[in-house]
Ligand binder design. Sequence first.
Ligand SMILES: Nc1ncnc2c1ncn2[C@@H]1O[C@H](COP(=O)(O)OP(=O)(O)OP(=O)(O)O)[C@@H](O)[C@H]1O
Ligand SMILES: [Mg+2]
Length: 310
Amino acid sequence: MTPTLKFDNLAKTYREHGAGKRALNGISFAVGAGEIVGFLGPNGAGKTTAMHVLMDILFPTSGHAEIMGLDSRDPESRQNVGFLPEIFAFDGFLTGTRFLKLFGSLSGRNQDLIAAHIPELLTFLDMPDAANVRIKNYSKGMTQKIGLAQALIGDPQILILDEPTSGMDPIAKARIKQLFIKLRSEGKTVFLSTHILSDVEDIADRVAIINQGELLAYDRVSSLLAANERGFKIVFAGGGADLLGALVGCAISNDSQGRTEVTCPDGKSRDFTLQTILQHGGDIVSLKALGGSLQSQFLRLMHQEGLSDD
Ligand SMILES: Nc1ncnc2c1ncn2[C@@H]1O[C@H](COP(=O)(O)OP(=O)(O)OP(=O)(O)O)[C@@H](O)[C@H]1O
Ligand SMILES: [Mg+2]
């Protein structure tokens, strides 16, 4: 099946005052239809550069990118794409409604559907009163929201979003996570760069991780997390001395609040420990897979394991 998005040995060197800056060093991966894919990497890794090649804002130095099987140099490839650039700046003379009408009409979508969608989108983004306010008078978060609304207004099948929730409040961030899940359930593809790894861990099917223009990992989130698991930490309260005696084969310590922490090396000892705690009347406070978060996997790939908190 034709992938929705494809990077094929994509390389980009920026030329500045005769010097060359290699921003992408031959990255290859493909994104399937109906998936949420997180594009991760530290500042300067090359994420925006790769997205700009997809949007034909930049020419690749070698290799190429495709959208729905068409080379990204072909404007037809972007027929069904909504794009949110990283830095969303434009002449803010238009009101929110006028602005979204303009972008909606560029998408070719039916005008009545666009007109009905605008108040719905603004309400969803918690800024219904901004409809008749000029964008130049929006706050930072509101400007980001109208940028995202612009990407959504044409109801595209493919969304390419460069740090979509940057500067947004926690309510908006949570709503937008739900929105991405809904878009996926409609068969749409969401390709987003972000630094919020916990959100990606919650909702993405796959992640691509790049650093210094090199693709370090491209995998299902579940596989990436399982590969790095180092056992489990269970925190419980109560249960008495009998319980501690019954927990054989596990490392036990007390946490700062006087609760007991048990570290289990594998799933079998985790299940045994949980059962034993419950049988002895203990209260389970939390269960955490050690080393299994996307954050810790990301830090490991960047050789920064010491910064991990699990
Ligand atoms: N127009 C440009 N001219 C020269 N170098 C550039 C240009 N744009 C980006 N770069 C360089 O290319 C590299 C990749 O930048 P890019 O913006 O793609 O990173 P990014 O992964 O999007 O980072 P961030 O997370 O900070 O947004 C960086 O070293 C950057 O300095
Ligand atoms: Mg960027």
